[in-house]
Write a protein that binds this ligand. Structure first.
Ligand SMILES: Nc1ncnc2c1ncn2[C@@H]1O[C@H](COP(=O)(O)OP(=O)(O)OP(=O)(O)O)[C@@H](O)[C@H]1O
Ligand SMILES: *[C@@H]1O[C@H](CO)[C@@H](O)[C@H](O)[C@H]1NC(C)=O
Ligand SMILES: *[C@@H]1O[C@H](CO)[C@@H](O)[C@H](O)[C@H]1NC(C)=O
Ligand SMILES: *[C@@H]1O[C@H](CO)[C@@H](O)[C@H](O)[C@H]1NC(C)=O
Ligand SMILES: *[C@@H]1O[C@H](CO)[C@@H](O)[C@H](O)[C@H]1NC(C)=O
Ligand SMILES: [Mg+2]
Length: 427
């Protein structure tokens, strides 16, 4: 029995075993599996194999924090929950035998395959590559056409153009999210390799397997000589106990920092000012959308026409505590509130007037036509006003940015799947 069997989970048959982990059935939880890490390190296809105490626990931390970040951002992954130091529960997937590689900076095997390109060349947009998982042939690089012609069928889903496009787009989004998160630690995500599976229950394509420092290159302060990833291990001239300690210390460096990726590095606050509580329902929609981005939101009542002294006092309250703030002005009929705020604060102001069918097309001009020197924006939909505030905070708050990025991916995938379904129906 694996070490994880000690706690309550009822662990069934071993479904699969590879170089670094074992997969167990969970008889009481159909559709889920236990992914158990093995305490060893491999490089060059297990040509070099050393036991490394504590490795699995470090990998646990890395994988679970990275998957948590992606999950909280809104990326679909197989990860369900941590089970023990060395195991986690995941959705049972049939794995697509492709490694998707995404690069920001040219290094490693890319340089060998593309002679003339110097290490450090920056890819914008990101460079995508894929490799067929075939140990016997050293994981050959594949083209999109080769993947299409392979016509893989997994958990009842045939991997066609739509599925390939979804994996390609998802890899880019996942890279950008992790890159943004690592940047908060002054660390460059140089490249990354990931795998997708088809969830056997939902037939959805999800990020599966693991992401640990086996899966990426990380260069602190963009400096290759400080690399904290598995390359350190591959580069060892001789595997001495001292050298292995150094490798382990590097891995620990990563696993300590990976926790920080989940922590907000900047605070964010939306203050909704409404002219009257009759606009409460409109304001609640703004608050709800802010909450979905993890942005705190306070609602205040004030009228720039009838109580301008109070409006400016409330403004001063939020300017005075140092929390980065976006004001949203909700005022019906004549919007004096947004423009007065905008003329008196350096914080961004968004007008979000609750327009009514009878006078809306006239009222909106009080939000659009400004005296010179005012920079407030006007957004009609309350959800969109919150989204715009999130985009402002996303410039400095990586957790907000990651949610926006995942949401963009999910919208793109939903459109793609809707079109696929429609095409299938009309055939
Ligand atoms: N959620 C999951 N559901 C089912 N199988 C999974 C899941 N996550 C990972 N696996 C599979 O478990 C197997 C063991 O993983 P491991 O990484 O140890 O294999 P490996 O020896 O590295 O081989 P590979 O080159 O395929 O990664 C792999 O085939 C992997 O794809
Ligand atoms: C780093 O990757 C190695 C390589 O397999 C793994 O053993 C280790 O657990 C990882 N550590 C961290 C902190 O990610
Ligand atoms: C494994 O990861 C989980 C989630 O981050 C954490 O709660 C647990 O303490 C970790 N175990 C070890 C030994 O680090
Ligand atoms: C991924 O998509 C991009 C943009 O459409 C395309 O240029 C690239 O060839 C694709 N990569 C792979 C490996 O499919
Ligand atoms: C971040 O990296 C830069 C080099 O790119 C370095 O000069 C700077 O000191 C680093 N900052 C921190 C906080 O580590
Ligand atoms: Mg593997």
């Amino acid at each position: 029995l694996p070490p994880a069997a000690s706690s309550k989970l009822n662990i069934g048959q071993k479904l699969n075993e590879g170089k670094t982990k074992q997969i167990f059935e969970l008889p009481d939880q159909p559709g889920l599996v236990l992914v158990q890490s093995k305490d060893q390190i491999t490089a060059g296809n297990a040509a070099r194999k050393d036991q490394m105490e504590g490795k699995a626990a470090i990998a646990n931390k890395t994988t679970s924090c990275v998957f948590k970040l992606l999950q909280e951002s809104g990326i679909k992954t197989a990860f369900v929950k941590q089970h023990s130091d060395t195991a986690f529960v995941a959705a049972h997937c049939e794995m697509i035998p492709i490694e998707w590689v995404c690069r920001r900076v040219a290094t490693g095997s890319f340089l060998k395959r593309n002679p003339g390109v110097k290490e450090g060349f920056r890819f914008s947009p990101l460079k995508m590559e894929m490799f067929f998982k075939d140990d016997a042939n050293n994981d050959p690089q594949w083209s999109e056409e080769q993947l299409l012609e392979a016509k893989f069928s997994l958990a009842g889903l045939t991997i066609g153009q739509c599925e390939v496009d979804i994996m390609n787009r998802s890899t880019v989004a996942i890279f950008e999210i992790l890159e943004k998160a690592w940047a908060t630690q002054n660390c460059t995500l140089v490249d990354m390799k990931i795998e997708f599976g088809v969830n056997v229950k939902t037939q959805e394509i999800v990020l599966a397997d693991v992401i640990d420092n086996d899966s990426w290159r990380l260069w602190p302060a963009g400096d290759r000589s400080q690399q904290k990833d598995k390359q350190v291990y591959r580069d060892l001239k001789e595997v001495t106990p001292e050298a292995m300690q150094m490798v382990k210390r590097n891995f620990e460096w990563v696993s300590e920092r990976v926790k920080l990726l989940l922590e907000p590095q900047a605070s964010s606050r939306v203050v909704v000012l409404m002219g009257s509580t009759s606009d409460m329902a409109h304001c609640e929609k703004i608050r709800k959308a802010c909450t979905s981005y993890g942005i705190s939101c306070v609602l205040r009542v004030t009228s720039a026409h009838k109580g301008p002294d109070e409006t400016l006092r409330i403004k001063a309250e939020y300017e005075g505590d140092g929390v980065p703030t976006v004001f949203v002005a909700v005022a019906g009929r004549s919007n004096g509130l947004g423009p007065v705020m905008s003329g008196n604060t350096a914080y961004p102001v968004i007008n979000c007037p609750p327009l009514t069918p009878d006078w809306g097309s006239q009222d909106v001009w009080s939000s659009l036509r400004m005296p010179s020197g005012l920079g407030c924006s006007t957004i009609i939909s309350p959800e969109a006003a919150a989204q715009f505030a999130a985009q402002i905070f996303g410039l400095t708050n990586h957790l907000v940015w990651c949610k926006l990025r995942a949401s963009m991916l999910n919208t793109w995938v939903a459109l793609k799947l809707a079109d696929k379904k429609l095409q299938a129906c009309s055939l």
